[in-house]
Design a protein around this ligand. Structure first.
Ligand SMILES: [Zn+2]
Length: 436
């Protein structure tokens, strides 16, 4: 008798555990379906839940039963992007970056990564995504970018690998608790970072999830899809347009008006500009009006100091604030004490906070941290006496990276160390820079 009573207790306990377990699983499933846009509420009734499960099963190639079977639960727990439903999944969103150059910044990282390794993944991914797309993405020179990249602990290993916001937030978060691998061939067991980086970058550029299993934007992790497909890149082209390059005038040896570094470099000539990626002309021409309708044509030089762009023409300069898109005009003699008109080339060196101006056979250095009236450090000094190997009458100049400036004159490109004022490389621009 005791044995029977005991077994009844065990049975009740098992039943209770099973019921509680399935109840918890149902709650988890409801939360999951709600988070990813299959259910409007976590308090959905049984019929609504069944319909949502069916929809989920259909979309992810599972047997459509409407019940929370083992395969469905397994799928829900498998590795995926965690972008929640606040941006509708599978909807044809058209949200995109409105600016000319989009920047990224790696804010932190965790094992097994280094900053350099993440940068390498992002640069490769950017190259694949934007090679033929009219979109320029570069690493930010300041403390933050348009797209900030973070590693944070999200839900422990597996399930959510990362998520990203759409433009114009664009921030990307990776789960630092994942068992990451940077080697694609080991990706079946461990999580290949390349997939997640390319996927989240897709969101940050404005692409929603895709139902196409071969798409990098499919929400679940794939160890076989490792980079954006032709289909994905076409979707990005639909957002930003296809990059086309008409560089014939430069290939013929025409001069340029100015180079300008606004995180990425652009080449300006007449009333048009061209974008530069990886130290080569990438796409263009575009109308200067796209930057601001009041920027004059045929400028003589341009440079940027943080988020303010200066365009110089004759005896005036235009100050253009990128943040509020406000443009003002002043006399060079008023804004830059003792600087002559008709400057040939200019650039701003970020580390020393110095603006370099070039005119004819002279150059000028302005320290922007100095008090007004005392900013001019070097005046009317000969280029030939201080800059080893740099010619007079330059056309354009820009900062490529810290201490490295590019000068252009005719078909020659001069890569120069700004600190030692030495030309490190002097090449024919047509193939190297103008992509002819
Ligand atoms: Zn995603």
């Amino acid at each position: 008798m005791m044995a029977v009573k005991y077994s009844w207790h065990v049975l009740l306990l098992v039943l209770f555990i099973l019921l509680r377990f399935s109840k918890e699983e149902e709650i988890d499933a409801k939360q999951h379906l709600h988070a990813y846009g299959f259910l409007n509420s976590t308090s959905a009734d049984a019929k609504t839940l069944k319909t949502a499960i069916k929809k989920y099963q259909q979309l992810f190639g599972l047997e459509v039963t409407g019940s929370l079977n083992a395969d469905t639960k397994k799928k829900m727990a498998s590795r995926r992007c965690g972008r929640p439903k606040n941006i509708p999944e599978f909807a044809s969103e058209v949200d995109k970056w409105q600016k000319l150059v989009v920047t990224y910044k790696i804010q932190n990282w965790s094992q097994p990564f280094t900053e350099q390794l993440i940068k390498q993944f992002f640069q490769n991914s950017i190259q694949v995504w934007t090679k033929n797309v009219n979109l320029q993405i570069t690493e930010s020179r300041s403390n933050s970018g348009d797209i900030n990249i973070y590693f944070t602990e999200q839900d422990g290993p597996s399930n959510i690998l990362g998520y990203a916001f759409f433009p114009e937030n664009g921030d990307i978060f990776f789960d630092s608790a994942e068992d990451w691998t940077v080697t694609g061939s080991l990706a079946a067991e461990r999580t290949y970072f390349g997939w997640v980086a390319a996927h989240e970058l897709g969101h940050a550029l404005g692409l929603p999830h895709s139902e196409n299993r071969r798409s990098i934007m499919f929400p679940y992790y794939s160890s076989t899809v490792k980079k954006p497909s032709y289909y994905d890149i076409n979707n990005l082209k639909a957002l930003y347009g296809e990059a086309s390059l008409n560089n014939s005038i430069f290939c013929k040896g025409d001069s340029i008006d100015a180079l300008l570094n606004i995180d990425g470099n652009i080449v300006i000539k007449g009333d048009q500009y061209w974008t530069v990626t990886d130290a080569q002309l990438h796409s263009g021409p575009f109308s200067l009006d796209l930057l601001h309708p009041q920027i004059p044509n045929n400028i003589s030089a341009a440079f940027s100091v943080h988020n303010v762009v200066y365009f110089l023409k004759d005896d005036v300069f235009y100050k253009y604030k990128l943040k509020n898109k406000k443009l003002s005009k002043k006399l060079i003699s008023v804004g830059f004490d003792k600087l002559p008109s008709n400057i040939d080339a200019a650039f701003f060196e970020t580390k020393s906070k110095t603006i370099y101006f070039f005119k004819g056979n002279n150059y000028y250095m302005f320290d922007i941290t100095g008090s007004v009236g005392k900013r001019l450090m070097v005046k009317d000094k000969k280029i030939s006496s201080d800059w080893q190997g740099l010619p007079d009458d330059l056309e354009a100049a820009t900062l490529l990276k810290e201490n490295r400036a590019l000068f252009i004159k005719g078909s020659r490109c001069y890569i120069t160390d700004v600190v030692s004022k030495t030309v490190l490389d002097n090449q024919d621009c047509t193939s190297m820079f103008y992509n002819c």
